[in-house]
Every structure is written in structure tokens, then in C-alpha cells.
Design a protein. Structure first.
Length: 665
């Protein structure tokens, strides 16, 4: 197919895709001498503006784990972007505008909304009572975020320059072929699209099966009575295949697990009611048909509830980490930073500083010395990160010496310290721990424990950005860096408090039991059922007829991709894997695609930037670890928007350059 006009294709129109579109239109609106025509192809077989995850038709029972006032898709003044900043409302401000309240929205944002009117469908789906109940610190319905994305998407389309023609394709891209100076993108409806520049924003994807998944698939062939719900977003999983009163073996204790619990309890007629005598303050009234979930994960512990701060959580102070980042940010090259030695001590000291500072405020009588003395002791304690958790022990000694409290991050780094004989004993222990988590979360900023954990969680972004492009040594990245990131995710990326209360209620009702960490999957030779066991619960094998994998896989290009587009990119040598280098020089390919940091153009197998193809977001998770974070948080100059801006500007430059070349010829 010949290229008759310069064109840009965006594949994928979820949050990152529409952010890329917004950055692209902002850039194209600055062109002084535009071509006669540029074609913009928008490609997605799901909802344009939101994608599958944020479909507006999903149940209201599913909520986000991000605050309403902590989400935006608009760049902000001072953001690290090249295309002009165009200010617009956060989701909370957008909700208030749907209620006719303009008091909390800046004039600049109001001006944008006046030019891009709100859509009445929101008020038809959500009552004023539902919208009015949303506060800045609320966790909105996922469907509501889908409406916000749709409005954002349609607002962008209103700002398209008159010389740009937008063509929307409700189809799936299956192949990309390089033809001379352009790409030909094949869609599953039989159409072909030509593009001078292509931006693939494919997000979370199904991927090739690992060895265990192949075994699971083979087992299903020989045991047709069994069911397997493969890892995916819950609204894409066949949750209806879970039968009444069935035993379900679940792997994964994050948001996906919480979602499935809701979809198989309250969505099937069960009810949660307040009960001050219940372990979480909530009691579940069953229908009598609930499945029983035997739940496990690698750590064996549910994601912790997010803190109730009575508003948006304040930024953690992290003074030592800020200093370290400032000192090391100019250091370039692979393996140039040892996280264990150069970064982790600052992260650890900041966390313990946050603990004692909060303790001094809420319980000053617990201090045996003045705060300055304790902080000095924290800074003087020797931390040898080459010895696993040695630094934590040194910090614990400071707490023991200078306060009347006992506190150690080891309690969260080793969540299940003992081996129990069965699921009943393990479940009882985890309920006690979750009740403690709930108490700390309810205390919010007055909890010294939450202050320390929030410091660890808040440190994730600066440490991930610092180590991007493979700057951490492989050894240290797989040592304390991975452990610190996992701890931050456990403590600060979990469900709202009410979800933990509901989980405790379901445990009390016998709907959920815990198996523990590092589950071992097998089948029973006599009954043919799935079995799962864990050292955490004495190795007892628990049986079930459905296996639920409650998580979403990151794309791993080391496996043969299932998605035809990804497979095509691998087979046509358009991409190569980002590679770490071990201390002995061994190259260690990661699961993500290598990109140029300034343009987000992929790197071909020969080490050269692809002339047209860009990838944005999750497929680069190893090279740019922060790219899995979504949606972007206001006031943080989010990497999310920085990278969509980079890709949009690069694609615009390529497409407009092709016009200049053709005109000169």
C-alpha cells in the first residue's frame, strides 16, 4: 500500500495511548508550516479511550486503588515535557464539575472544560449521591475512571488541527511490515494501515506459556472436569465459570484476588454489614452458595490496606535518599551504581527516621532520649548490605536502645516467620496480622509503623528512576532493590481499607482460607482434582476443581509471544531484548523490549534505533521500571507523561520530516 500522505499510527488506546495522543496533538498544534494533510490512525479493538481494563460497562462493584484527587492524565506546569502543557482537571475535580461545583477547580482547568464540555452519560450512570460521596481521598469506581478517559479522549479529538485527518479503527493490529520508508500495519478486520511513524502502546498482554502453564494445559486435556482461570485482568477472566460451593485454589493475593472475591460474593447476592464485634468491623451475610477459596501467593500474605490519612497522603521526607539521588544521578553507564551499598542504607535510615519522628509526635513518652540523639544514632549505625538484612538489624538495635517500643522491618520482609501445621493455624495467624495492619492503616499519619512503610513505598519511584537503563549492578538489583520494591508494593499499592475489612469478614465466614507462601501445585491421583500445598501450612495438600491465577503478567518477550503483533515484531527482527550484564560479564536478557531513552524508538537486533517504531509503557518494564505505574499522580512530574511525550514528539518529527524529504525530491 503506497503512502499517499504522512501518517502516524497509535496502536492501543488505553490510558497511555490516549496520553500519547494528547501529547501528539499538543505538539502538532505548534507546527508553523504544516503539510497539506497528515493522517492519524487510532487502532484498538477495545474501547477507544480506556481500553479493556477501564471499560465503562463493567460493574460498579470494582474500584480503583488510587485516590480520586491523585489521578490525572494532564501534564502540569513545570513538567518535564517538550510539547506544550495543557491543564485539565483531576478525576476528583472532574467529578465535582459533574455536580456543578466549580469552587475547587482552577481557572485554567475550568477554561479547558468550558471548551470541552462534560458528557451527560456520567450523570445517567452515576447518581448525584454516588458522585457526591467521592472525596479527594476516595477510591473511585473503575467504570467512572473509564468515563473520565472517554471524556479526555473526545476532548483531544476536538483539538486536532484542521490539516490532520483522524481515522479510528475498531480493530486489532496483528502485524507490522516495514516497506521502504513506512510501516504497513495489518488489522484483524482485513484492513491495512500505512504509517510514517508507529507508536505501539500495547499495555498488559497475554503472553507465551511458561513450563508450568504448559503442564496445566496438558492436565486440563487429561482431566476435562477441571477448570483453570489463567492470569489476566478480572473483567477479562471467566469468573462465571466458578461454580457455587466449589473449592477454588487461588494464586495471587493482590487486587485481582480482591476483585474476584467481590465478583463471587456480593455480585452473587451476598452482603457485607457493619458489625463492631467482627474481626474487621464488618460481617458477611452469605447466600449459602459461596465458593471456598484456598488462597496463596509467593509471599503468602495479602497486600496491605492503604493508609487512611484523612486526605491525600503527604510526600515522605526521605532526606537521605534525595541527597543520594542528587549525587548519583549524573553517573551513567551499565552497572555504575551498587544499590546495596550506595542507595539502600539511605532508604533504610529514612524509614526508621520516619518511624521515630512520628513516634515522638504521637507518643513522646516512648522515647528514652531526645529525637536529635536518636536520629544521630540512626545515621551512625553501621549498615553492611552485603549481609542480608544486616542493616535492618542495626536499625532495630537503635529502636530498642532509645525507645520503649519494638519495631523491625524484618517483620514485613519475613511475613510468615513460622511453619504452621495446617491452614486453620496459618489463617488464624494471618488474621491477627491483618487486624494489626488494619489498626495501623486506620491510624493513618499517626501510626509510626505506617510512616516507616510509607517512606519505603515513597522511595520506589526515585530509586527506580535512578536505576533505569541498567545502572544498578545486577547483583544488587536482585538483592535489596527487589526486596525494597516488593515491600513498598505490599505496603503502599494494596487495596482500600474497606477491602481488607471485607476480606476479614470472608475469612470469618469460611469463604477464604490461607495456604501460605510458595505454593506447590499438583493433582490428586485418585480424585483428579487440583491440589495445592505450602510449607507455611505444613505441606497439607488442599483440593479444588478450579485453579485461579489472580494476577496480570508483565509482557515477557523471552517467551514466544501469544499476541500476533508482538510475535510479528520478534520474528521480523524489529525488536531486541534489553540486556543486563552480570559482574563476570555474562549478558542476561530481560523480558522487556529495549528502547532509546530519548525517543522511545525500539532498538533493532543490530543495535540501531528503528526508523519508525516506538513502544510506550509496560513492555519496557525492565529498562524503565516505573513504566508500570498508572494512572499518573499529580504533582510528581510522572514518568508516565514524560515517556508518552517523548514518543509523541519523536513520531511527529519523523512524520513531518518525511514531508520535507518528499517535497525536496
Amino acid at each position: 500500500m503506497p503512502l499517499t500522505a504522512p501518517s502516524i499510527a497509535i496502536i492501543g488506546l488505553g490510558p497511555r495511548g490516549v496520553s500519547t495522543l494528547e501529547r501528539l496533538i499538543a505538539r502538532l498544534n505548534t507546527v508553523d508550516n504544516p503539510p497539506e494533510r497528515l493522517v492519524l490512525h487510532l487502532i484498538d479493538d477495545a474501547q477507544h479511550g480506556g481500553g479493556k481494563v477501564w471499560d465503562i460497562n463493567q460493574t460498579k462493584a470494582l474500584c480503583m486503588n488510587t485516590f480520586a484527587h491523585g489521578m490525572t492524565l494532564f501534564a502540569e506546569p513545570g513538567a518535564t515535557v517538550e510539547a506544550p502543557v495543557i491543564e485539565g482537571p483531576t478525576i476528583y475535580e472532574w467529578v465535582r464539575l459533574h455536580l456543578g461545583d466549580t469552587s475547587e477547580v482552577s481557572p485554567e482547568k475550568l477554561a479547558f472544560v468550558e471548551k470541552h464540555p462534560l458528557q451527560p452519560e456520567v450523570n445517567e450512570r452515576f447518581s448525584d449521591e454516588e458522585l457526591g460521596a467521592i472525596r479527594p481521598e476516595s477510591y473511585p469506581h473503575r467504570a467512572l475512571y473509564g468515563y473520565y478517559l472517554l471524556w479526555f479522549f473526545h476532548s483531544i479529538l476536538k483539538d486536532v488541527p484542521e490539516w490532520v485527518t483522524v481515522v479510528q479503527h475498531k480493530a486489532r493490529a496483528t502485524n507490522i511490515h516495514a516497506v521502504d520508508d513506512h510501516d504497513v500495519i495489518t488489522l484483524d478486520n482485513g484492513e491495512d494501515v500505512t504509517a510514517s511513524a508507529t507508536i505501539a502502546v500495547t499495555g498488559w498482554q497475554n503472553q507465551g506459556m511458561g513450563e508450568q502453564e504448559k503442564w496445566i494445559k496438558h492436565t486440563l486435556e487429561t482431566h476435562p472436569n477441571l477448570n483453570w482461570i489463567r492470569a489476566d485482568n478480572p473483567i477479562e477472566q471467566d469468573i462465571d465459570s466458578i461454580k457455587d460451593n466449589e473449592n477454588v485454589l487461588a494464586r495471587g493475593l493482590g487486587m485481582g484476588f480482591f476483585d474476584v472475591l467481590i465478583m463471587t460474593t456480593t455480585e452473587r447476592g451476598g452482603q457485607f454489614v457493619d458489625d463492631e464485634n467482627a474481626s474487621g468491623g464488618v460481617r458477611y451475610i452469605p447466600t449459602g452458595k459461596e465458593p471456598t477459596f484456598y488462597a496463596s501467593s509467593r509471599r503468602g500474605y495479602p497486600f496491605m490496606p492503604q493508609s487512611d490519612d484523612g486526605g491525600l497522603p503527604p510526600a515522605a521526607e526521605i532526606p537521605r535518599l534525595k541527597k543520594v539521588v542528587a549525587q548519583l544521578s549524573s553517573r551513567s553507564g551499565r552497572r555504575s551504581i551498587d544499590y546495596d551499598v550506595e542507595v539502600w542504607p539511605a532508604v533504610l535510615r529514612d524509614a526508621y527516621h520516619a518511624y521515630v519522628k512520628t513516634l515522638a509526635r504521637v507518643e513522646p513518652e516512648a522515647l528514652k532520649a531526645d529525637l536529635d540523639t536518636i536520629v544521630a544514632a540512626i545515621d551512625d549505625a553501621e549498615i553492611d548490605a552485603s549481609v542480608v538484612f544486616n542493616g535492618v538489624t542495626a536499625m532495630d538495635d537503635v529502636i530498642t536502645q532509645y525507645t520503649t517500643k519494638r519495631f523491625s522491618l524484618l517483620r514485613w520482609l519475613h511475613l510468615i516467620p513460622a511453619t504452621f501445621d495446617n491452614t486453620e493455624e496459618l489463617t488464624a495467624y494471618l488474621v491477627q496480622r491483618m487486624q494489626e495492619d488494619l489498626s495501623d492503616a486506620e491510624a493513618g499519619q499517626d501510626s509510626p509503623v505506617r510512616a516507616a512503610l510509607w517512606s519505603i513505598g515513597f522511595s520506589r519511584k526515585p530509586t527506580q528512576v535512578l536505576g533505569a537503563e541498567g545502572r544498578y549492578t545486577v547483583e544488587s538489583r536482585h538483592h535489596m532493590f527487589d526486596k525494597a520494591i516488593a515491600l513498598g508494593q505490599l505496603a503502599c499499592s494494596g487495596p482500600p481499607i474497606f477491602r481488607t475489612r471485607q476480606l476479614l469478614a470472608l475469612v470469618d465466614a469460611g469463604v477464604v482460607r490461607f495456604i501460605g507462601a510458595h505454593p506447590f501445585l499438583d493433582t490428586d491421583r485418585h480424585t483428579g482434582e487440583w491440589t495445592m500445598s505450602s510449607p507455611s501450612s505444613g505441606g497439607v495438600r488442599y483440593k479444588g476443581t478450579t485453579l485461579l491465577d489472580a494476577w496480570v503478567n508483565k509482557p515477557d518477550y523471552r517467551r514466544k509471544p501469544v499476541e500476533s503483533l508482538s510475535l510479528n515484531l520478534v520474528e521480523k527482527d524489529r525488536v531486541r531484548l534489553f540486556t543486563d550484564v552480570a559482574e563476570d560479564g555474562t549478558e542476561l536478557p530481560t523480558g522487556s523490549v529495549e528502547q532509546d531513552p530519548q525517543t522511545r524508538r525500539v532498538i533493532n537486533p543490530d543495535g540501531v534505533q528503528d526508523p519508525r517504531l516506538h513502544m510506550v509503557g509496560i513492555p519496557a518494564h525492565s529498562q524503565y521500571p516505573d513504566t508500570t505505574i498508572s494512572p499518573p499522580i499529580p504533582g510528581t512530574d510522572p514518568w508516565f507523561i514524560q515517556e508518552t511525550d517523548k514518543a509523541a514528539n519523536s513520531a511527529a518529527t519523523i512524520a513531518l520530516s518525511s514531508v520535507a524529504v518528499n517535497q525536496s525530491v
